[in-house]
Design a protein around this ligand. Structure first.
Ligand code: ATP
Ligand code: MG
Length: 579
């Protein structure tokens, strides 16, 4: 639904119920208990699709009861407010109960992607100072047990599962949950109470821990309503394909849809086009939130995949986040699914969607849309390397009208991060003043057109300056993808004595396309025609795949380092790394 005139965060907050007796605002209360109190206890909250094809439904009433038991279990084991609880589970019921139950107990919850190998898991447990880990026996034995001696602050390891045997240094939860009280009173939760700790994707370097608060739920609710068009009275069927180990999978794969009273489809399995079309059709998904990498995989699979024709009917809205969405992908959605993908932009740091092609906005393919109500965006003047110009006092300069520069957001907004874990200076460096106002500097370079639409250019780290032109890889990648042989492209700059930098591209071909000189010439010719000789890639490398983060983002820094024989940097989130 389009935002009503007179939007304010206070009005959004007023549509939530808050804890009884003015005890504050708790995410889990708004996501679960509120619906039970409003008479929606029998509505299905989670529809869990297991890898083996079994399907299980859990109502809001049952979820309230189970999360109460989980919170009681934590309390009886001495895990309390402010303790960091890392949740390391596959996408099954245990994960959702643990995250919401720990939020009820006012713990700081850090969901960690279960496909990570031991090292990234250890790093997150160490950095966060976690006192408790909730996981499965299998994951514990494979990924944590051998490192336990290096985790002195980790006093409690809870293992899920119905088995009665468990490793010595762990606590089996099944018997404790069975006996736990089904009632739990959430303690006072000031909106500034820490809630979630999310690590960034690690696209540009070592992942950062972004700290969030319970008050963020106001932004999750507002964006769930206005961007994802979820209506608590209607009760939509919603599917977010991101894993809760990434911020999208928690903000929009748990919190926003539940706060908006939706039925949340959860698929335990990995991406597979035929399975995904089956889910869209079989579950009657109304609203679907996914990522460009997944859309490109569907495009690559073609239109002969079983189930595609049935996937359309219930779908009302398809949205995408995480990377720039190529115009080709937007149009493909319209052609093949009957609705275009609606791109939106946000970050781990922003906690929720900030810029979007919401339903009220005519889509301009390739644009991320416009800032949402309640969000004021500005364009900060930058130098050629993507660094903001600052005056002697450190203030930045905002550009008016159509302009290109760093995207900045006026502080505060409810879901804004409140710190980087153990890195106060880095946090402070994200903010700058302009015109007496404090702005958050996103690190992304965007262009604003005359009508206020925002177009992603590049991460400041990825900007390429070639022969005096400032180029973002995305623009070149999108042009390469227009060529019928190209499924994906990753573009980066390599140093050049004459031009400063020249553009190189790694491309992945569509299935069945043969790589030969003629093909390469044809792709380069297309790029030259569309971009001009100065900006078209000087070198084209055909590869079987692109290095990506486990959340699906192209790691251009790795492409560049590989070609130049430089150290590849932090690869802890690289897809395919040992798990
Ligand atoms: P790290 O900060 O560790 O390098 P990351 O920035 O990829 O990793 P996330 O917070 O998961 O970590 O991703 C946010 C970033 O993803 C944004 O800053 C932006 O660069 C990119 N992004 C997200 N959505 C979009 C979009 N719709 N269009 C273009 N880029 C996007
Ligand atoms: Mg980032």
């Amino acid at each position: 639904m389009a935002p009503q005139p007179g939007f304010s965060w206070d009005r959004m907050r007023a549509e939530l119920s808050g804890l009884p007796d003015g005890q504050g605002l708790n995410i889990a209360h708004e996501a679960v208990d509120r619906h039970v109190a409003l008479g929606r206890g029998d509505r299905v909250a989670l529809r869990l699709l297991a890898k083996d094809g079994t399907r299980r439904e859990v109502t809001y009433g049952e979820l309230a009861m189970r999360t109460n038991q989980f919170a009681n279990m934590l309390a009886s084991e001495g895990i309390g407010p402010g303790d960091v609880v890392v949740v390391l589970c596959g996408r099954d019921l245990d994960l959702y109960v643990a995250v919401l139950g720990a939020l009820k107990q006012r713990c700081i919850v850090s969901p960690v992607f279960s496909a990570f190998g031991p090292e990234p898991i250890k790093a997150r447990l160490q950095l966060s100072g976690a006192t408790a880990l909730f996981t499965t026996r299998a994951l514990y034995e494979r990924k944590v047990a051998a490192l336990r001696s290096e985790l002195p602050s980790l006093t409690h390891v809870f293992v899920a599962g119905s088995e009665h045997t468990h490793p010595d240094d762990t606590i089996p939860v099944a018997p404790r949950l069975d006996g736990a009280d089904q009632h739990f009173v959430i303690g006072p939760t000031d909106p500034e109470t820490p809630s979630l700790l999310h690590f960034t994707s690690g696209t540009t370097g070592t992942p950062k821990g972004a700290q969030h608060v319970h008050g963020a739920v106001v932004a999750h609710y507002a964006t769930g309503r206005f961007v994802l068009d979820l209506d608590p009275d209607r009760g939509d069927v919603f599917w977010c394909t991101a894993d809760p180990g990434w911020v999208t999978g928690t903000s929009y794969g748990i919190i926003a849809p539940l706060v908006c009273g939706a039925t949340l489809v959860v698929d335990e399995a990995e991406m597979d086009p035929a399975r995904w079309y089956d889910i869209l059709a079989g579950e009657g998904v109304n609203v679907w939130y996914t990522a460009p990498t997944a859309v490109r995989m569907l495009m690559r699979a073609g239109t002969d995949v079983a189930g595609l024709d049935r996937a359309r009917p219930a779908l009302r809205l398809a949205a995408s986040v995480g990377e720039p969405l190529n115009p080709e992908a937007v149009r493909w959605g319209a052609d093949v699914l009957g609705i275009p993908f609606r791109d939106n932009w946000w970050q781990t740091e922003t906690g929720g969607i900030m810029v979007a092609n919401d339903l009220s906005l005519p889509i301009r393919p390739g644009s991320m849309g416009k800032p949402l109500p309640g969000i004021e965006a500005a364009i900060v003047s930058c130098d050629d390397s993507g660094t903001p110009h600052r005056d002697a006092d450190g203030a930045v300069q905002l550009l008016a009208g159509a302009a290109q520069g760093m995207l900045a957001l006026r502080t505060p907004w409810p879901s804004m991060f409140r710190g980087y874990l153990n890195e106060p200076d880095r946090y402070a460096a994200c903010f700058a003043r302009a015109g007496g106002i404090t702005w958050y500097l996103s690190g992304d370079i965007v262009r604003r057109d005359a009508d206020g639409y925002l177009w992603f250019v590049a991460r400041a780290d990825d900007v390429i300056k070639t022969s005096g032109h400032l180029i973002g890889p995305f623009e070149v990648e999108s042009i390469l993808m227009e060529h019928p042989a190209v499924a994906e492209a990753g573009v980066y700059g390599v140093p050049d004595e004459v031009a400063g930098a020249v553009i190189h591209a790694v491309i992945v071909l569509r299935p069945g396309v043969v790589d030969d000189e003629e093909l390469q010439r044809s792709v380069v010719a297309h790029a030259r025609r569309r971009l001009g000789a100065a900006v078209a890639p000087r070198r084209l490398i055909v590869a079987g795949d692109l290095p990506k983060t486990r959340s699906g983002k192209i790691m251009r820094r790795v492409l560049r380092a590989r070609e130049l024989g430089l150290p590849e940097g932090d690869l802890s989130t690289l897809e395919g790394a040992r798990s």
